[in-house]
Design a protein around this ligand. Structure first.
Ligand code: SAH
Length: 258
């Protein structure tokens, strides 16, 4: 029976893929991938495979989840070795359960391979620890974005974000100002540091502001995927508008050396 591999690709930089992910790509005949940021780098692992972009974007140009599930099953049932390459870690806001269920229902064996989630990559870029002795011993990965089937007024995300000492907000860039206002209204300190990391592990904006500044100004226009990291543990984060995190990018080197 065919096995489908649901594999975490990490946050962007192909060097952050696990050796296992790399090996499985090398054995794959079909790769169904998210809108990954370093597809070219990852492509090197499976140049012979058919690469199918099934990436979803929050601007609406998304591939239907049911189509992704059908494709996974369809390719695997034709006897092809399929890797489903998902951004970050597949178990974090990745619609993993739908894909698992589709494969199981079709009688396929599935293996899930973890990846570096963007929260951890963003913290690494900031040279900050998400937990910090005496300051933070809880971290919550939260999204304020509600799925179509959920209740629009669901504010569980807010309760969790108020309770955790460090909070990483996924899929929150577009509504960041409103989110900050709701957190302040809920009682979060206005001085709470918020770090904004765009394109974690690659080149992008990294800056810090207070929760009140975020509530007042929102975020500037940002193109890439953004994670917001919030909490006193981020006080010592290293921020600069552009960060050099990959060794082989000429443009980054130019920008870094001025
Ligand atoms: N499974 C992914 C998350 C998918 S949800 C993971 O583990 O990282 C998509 C959200 O993840 C984006 O809206 C953004 O908030 C965050 N994200 C994904 N890649 C990112 C990156 N390279 N830098 C910053 N945030 C990222």
């Amino acid at each position: 029976m065919a096995t489908v591999y649901l594999v975490g690709a990490g946050p962007g930089d192909s060097e952050l893929m696990t050796r296992k992910a790399w090996r499985l790509l090398g054995e794959a005949q079909v790769v169904l991938h998210d809108a990954l940021m370093d597809v070219d780098g990852m492509h090197a692992a499976a140049p012979e495979a058919i690469w199918v972009n099934v990436g979803k974007r929050c601007d609406g140009t998304s591939v239907d989840q049911a189509f992704i599930c059908r494709s996974l099953v369809g390719y695997a049932k034709r006897g092809l070795r399929v890797v489903r390459l998902k951004g970050g870690d597949p178990t974090v806001f990745g619609r993993l359960s739908e894909e698992l269920e589709a494969c199981r229902t079709a009688g396929l064996t599935v293996e899930v391979v973890p990846g570096v989630t963007s929260a951890c990559a963003a913290a690494a870029d900031l040279q900050a620890s998400l937990t910090l002795r005496g300051v933070s011993r809880s971290v919550a990965f939260v999204t304020p974005r509600v799925g179509r089937k959920e209740h629009a007024k669901d504010n569980e995300w807010l309760q969790v974000s108020l309770a955790a000492q460090t909070v990483v907000l996924y899929m929150a860039g577009k509504q960041a100002g409103r989110i900050a206002q709701e957190l302040i209204t809920g009682g979060k300190s206005v001085t709470t540091p918020v770090c904004v990391v765009e394109n974690a592990s690659l080149i992008g904006a990294r800056f810090r502001m207070s929760l009140s500044e975020l509530a007042r100004d929102g975020l500037p226009e940002i193109v890439g995927p953004v994670s917001l990291l919030m909490g006193e543990a981020l006080m010592a984060a290293q921020v600069s508008d552009l960060a050099l995190t990959t060794g082989d990018n000429d443009q980054a080197i130019e920008l870094a050396v001025g």
